[in-house]
Design a protein around this ligand. Structure first.
Ligand code: NAD
Length: 460
């Protein structure tokens, strides 16, 4: 599927006026800049709760922005120079926390946005972490496994002086996985001088055999399902029999799809970077996930014999559809779980759903978001919908710190408790401030951050 960005991004609703904090801090004037967009959402909520000016300006910029370049020997003998980032947005509530991604389009403003969202996610779910994010500009699929391992070890070495088990704790994101976290942890452990057990906590999302938590791999998808189960009854959509479309079918959405299917939902359409598929009777996400893992995408799945052996139902009647047909597919819940800013006004105009649950971070442009709001689509924002990943990362960190292991049922129950409480916090803030759910979720997180700044004060 194409990732090309249309030249302009206009929408029916008027563009909201620019917050004075943007000019005070010298922000770019481009309203579609992802970082400006994310800070704008935060400032709207700050205004709603009448947050102190000093907290607004602190949260509008990351504390630290680190950019690194490092060489790696490739298998043909030549050396290639890679660019990496680690952004530490805020640590008022605890150590910086946030994943790192491998993607060819990684750049500074995106990583800054993702780091800011982490601060708000942790504050909303009330886990004692701040926000950070990292990335390397690289197409991981173009590298051999040993090259990927060397890139990971050099990236870890390049940022090892600013991370640490009690200071900044990375995790997986787009293009990275448990194996990459294992190489990362190993590099830090052999080179940091920390006692081994403590150093293991430097990264979460590790394989279960190497200090990882039960349930971490599916955690973000599980969290999406938990939030939907908590909120949909209030919106009048029964879980059983509801129709769902998934944009993206990687870690997050393949798990969200499998879990929602097991809860009785019909996953009617899925699109990833290779194809778009539809089945009005419901796609079998278990079989599709097994196929996608082996084939690096869902393209060609429709040619499979109906019984793949991995699924819970036979997938009959799968059709290949266009990108436009995908967006136009009627459903109850649309779940974007791919990259940022894919939903522009053009896509938003086509979408035919009642609820959008943001499994991906910042999946809409501001103008796309306004079109969805105008259409009356209920948006469950990313800082709520996809907070399950960092929540189980916190559980992993806690287990490592106290040398215990939790069973899968305990992880699921604790995750559900955190996700339901966060959903109720956002709903409660929506009532109090009479605003949309995105502003309400930011407001509920900001109330906590604002209170902590009030009692801590600002040094000196
Ligand atoms: P992933 O790399 O496993 O999957 C990304 C998916 O996006 C793939 O299916 C890919 O095919 C699809 N995609 C990419 N470009 C596309 C395009 N142009 N059209 C259609 N599909 C496209 O990544 P992930 O870990 O599942 O993360 C997805 C989103 O969720 C990201 O925004 C990430 O920041 C967010 N997120 C991830 C986690 C986590 O624990 N992994 C936690 C919170 C939020």
């Amino acid at each position: 599927m194409s990732t090309a960005t249309p030249p302009s991004d206009t929408a029916a609703s008027p563009i909201p006026s620019r917050d004075p904090v943007f000019d005070e801090l010298g922000f770019p004037t481009d309203p579609d800049n992802l970082y400006t967009q994310t800070v704008g959402q935060m400032l709207t909520a700050a205004e709603a709760i009448n947050l102190q000016h000093r907290v607004r300006i602190i949260l509008a910029q990351p504390k630290n922005e680190v950019m690194v370049h490092f060489p790696v020997r490739m298998n043909d003998g030549h050396h290639r120079l890679f660019k990496g980032y680690r952004i530490q947005h805020n640590n008022a509530l605890g150590p910086y926390k946030g994943g790192f991604r491998y993607h060819e389009d990684v750049h500074l403003d995106d990583v800054k946005s993702l780091a800011l969202l982490m601060t708000f996610k942790c504050a909303l779910v009330r886990i004692p972490f701040g926000g950070g994010k990292g990335g390397v500009k690289i197409d991981p699929r173009s590298l051999a496994e040993d090259e990927l391992q060397r890139v990971t070890r050099r990236y870890c070495a390049a940022i090892s002086h600013i991370i640490g088990p009690d200071h900044d704790i990375p995790a997986p994101d787009v293009g990275t996985n448990a194996q990459i976290m294992a190489w990362f942890a190993d590099t830090y452990m052999v080179s940091s001088g920390y006692a081994d057990n403590d150093a293991l906590r430097v990264v979460t999302g590790k394989p279960v055999s190497f200090g990882g938590s039960q349930g971490r791999e599916k955690a973000t998808g599980q969290g999406v399902a938990d939030v939907l189960a908590e909120m949909l009854p209030g919106i009048g959509i029964p879980l059983h029999g509801m129709s769902v479309t998934l944009l993206g079918f990687g870690n997050v959405n393949s798990w969200a799809g499998r879990i929602l299917q097991d809860m009785g939902a019909n996953i009617v359409a899925v699109m990833d970077h290779t194809a778009a598929l539809r089945n009005e009777n419901g796609l079998d996400c278990h079989a599709l996930a097994a196929y996608s893992e082996q084939n690096y995408g869902i393209a060609g799945y429709e040619k499979q014999p109906t019984a793949t052996g991995a699924g819970t139902r036979a997938d009959k009647g799968v059709e290949v559809i266009s990108e436009e047909e995908f967006y136009r597919t009627k459903c109850d819940v649309f779940i974007p779980g791919a990259l940022e800013q894919m939903i522009k006004p053009k896509q938003a105009e086509m979408m035919n759903c009642k609820v959008m649950a943001e499994a991906a971070n910042a999946p809409c442009t501001p103008a796309g978001d306004r079109v969805l709001q105008d259409k009356g689509i209920e948006i469950i924002p990313a800082i709520l919908a996809n907070a399950g990943g960092v929540t189980v990362s916190y559980f992993e960190w806690l287990q490592n710190k106290s040398c215990v292991t939790w069973d899968a049922g305990h992880v699921d129950r604790e995750l559900n408790r955190h996700m339901c409480a966060a959903a109720q916090r956002a709903l409660d803030a929506r009532k109090r401030y009479n605003c949309d759910l995105r502003t309400a979720a930011f407001a509920a997180a900001l109330e906590h951050l604002g209170e902590v700044y009030k009692v801590r004060g600002i040094f000196p």
